[in-house]
Design a protein around this ligand. Structure first.
Ligand SMILES: [Zn+2]
Length: 126
């Protein structure tokens, strides 16, 4: 929460994400990019890249001889990477089946957060 002094009204959520409780917006903590409404899924405001999991998890046995090589099967699994549009920081990585909808891993109770930080929000409005 030390960032709230640097940027009044902001609350750090993850290493790369923070929320501005005054504007109710997600922001990048590295470049301050305005990502998405805080009540929405932050991933909808990020750049998405889909990768073949074999690029990261190389086959452990000869793929010419064996159908299964201990590497994830790209027909069943994809690496989905989420990047900040402002600074290209990799913010999140998921393993999902191809075509799977974007997941929502953080859902903030914005009203409860605003109530909890009400004293700090009033200070910044002066
Ligand atoms: Zn950024």
């Amino acid at each position: 929460m030390s960032d709230t002094k640097a940027r009044p009204g902001r609350v750090a959520i993850t290493e790369y994400l923070e929320v501005d409780l005054r504007t109710e917006r997600w922001h990048c903590r590295r470049c301050n990019h305005d990502i998405e409404a805080a009540r929405n899924n932050y991933k909808e405001g990020l750049l998405v890249a889909q990768r073949d999991p074999r690029e990261v998890h190389r086959p452990l046995i000869n793929e010419d001889r064996y159908e299964y090589t201990f590497a994830p099967d790209p027909e069943w699994c994809r690496l989905v990477e989420f990047y900040c549009p402002g600074c290209a920081t990799l913010m999140e990585v998921e393993y999902l089946p191809p075509g799977h909808p974007i997941t929502r891993d953080i859902e903030l109770d914005v009203d409860a957060m605003k109530a909890r930080h009400a004293d700090k929000l009033e200070e910044t409005e002066q």
